[in-house]
Design a protein around this ligand. Sequence first.
Ligand SMILES: *[C@@H]1O[C@H](CO)[C@@H](O)[C@H](O)[C@H]1NC(C)=O
Ligand SMILES: *[C@@H]1O[C@H](CO)[C@@H](O)[C@H](O)[C@H]1NC(C)=O
Ligand SMILES: *[C@@H]1O[C@H](CO)[C@@H](O)[C@H](O)[C@H]1NC(C)=O
Ligand SMILES: *[C@@H]1O[C@H](CO)[C@@H](O)[C@H](O)[C@H]1NC(C)=O
Ligand SMILES: *[C@@H]1O[C@H](CO)[C@@H](O)[C@H](O)[C@H]1NC(C)=O
Length: 306
Amino acid sequence: MASSLGLAIAYATIVGLASILSSGAAPTTDASRHTFNWDRTKYMYAFGDSYTFVQGTEGLATFSFIGDAFNFSFTPQELLEDEIVPKSSSSDGSSWTEFLTGCFQGKPSDCAPHQLWNFAFAGADVDKALLPLHHNFTVDLVDEVKQWVQFASHVVPHPAAETLVAWWIGINDTGDTLNRNLTETDFKAFWEQEMHSLFGAVQNAYDHDLRGTYLFFNVPPLDRSPDHLGTAVAPKYAQNILDYNAALAAHTAAFARAHPDVIVLSFDAHAWFSRVLDTPAQHGFTNITGFCECTDPGFFWFSAYV
Ligand SMILES: *[C@@H]1O[C@H](CO)[C@@H](O)[C@H](O)[C@H]1NC(C)=O
Ligand SMILES: *[C@@H]1O[C@H](CO)[C@@H](O)[C@H](O)[C@H]1NC(C)=O
Ligand SMILES: *[C@@H]1O[C@H](CO)[C@@H](O)[C@H](O)[C@H]1NC(C)=O
Ligand SMILES: *[C@@H]1O[C@H](CO)[C@@H](O)[C@H](O)[C@H]1NC(C)=O
Ligand SMILES: *[C@@H]1O[C@H](CO)[C@@H](O)[C@H](O)[C@H]1NC(C)=O
């Protein structure tokens, strides 16, 4: 179990979801709406980056469950026969999506009671029109959704009452923009462009009947990751992340208002990571400043940024 962070995320997520369930209401959910029911949730879909992706036998090794930019299409059979490879996340353990669903390996359709259909691609930014792809084979979030629309939406069911869709992106975007010499005002305008792309992709999913519950994650305090902690760029990184998260919160609320048929939940990953990093001993961590690509459970960080 090398995945210190993976475990932290999974723990945070499950605790977060559990408290949402037990309180019966989520922060951004209108009480008059139908409520989220995890027990009834049979299909979990996920879009995002390396924090979220799982390895598939039909995916690009260390990057995806299925396909890549050069191999964008897949057949229904390839999708349905695709198997999750266990413990092949970016932190060497399982992804938080696997901890949450209990779908750790094999064909997602064999998982019960929660199937995991994960279209996240490691290294993804929101939109290649705004930030260059990390690799020429990278699938950005906008294209992850297009891929789902074109090749998966008619193959795997997604009845609204049984569907949870997770969105976790921005981690690479807030890091990739660090060397940009923009004013705070220019940065805020840039994050607005990012939100336009992100919520355009969310709308694309919605327009193709991927509904039910949407769960949005914000960006954790990666200014506290081993390769940035205490460096000269850390304050700018921290600000980037706060600005991105503020834009995300505003647009998530606007999306919820405009789509009353969707249950919109937010998970404050920034607050959770901050809490664990502020009180590591309470969470079983002995080292929060360095990283260790090893099985020592005391390390919060598995690598320089995961
Ligand atoms: C594309 O992906 C499919 C499914 O993973 C695989 O069978 C095929 O060989 C790949 N083609 C290329 C050109 O990589
Ligand atoms: C973003 O993804 C890439 C993988 O392409 C990774 O190497 C990089 O460190 C990530 N950046 C951040 C800030 O997480
Ligand atoms: C993708 O990038 C790799 C490495 O940079 C390069 O060798 C390859 O030719 C590129 N492929 C295409 C189709 O551009
Ligand atoms: C950043 O931009 C400002 C204003 O345009 C300029 O004065 C400054 O020298 C630039 N800094 C760097 C590191 O390029
Ligand atoms: C944390 O781990 C790093 C890297 O191994 C090491 O340099 C540092 O001294 C450790 N800190 C503590 C408090 O053990």
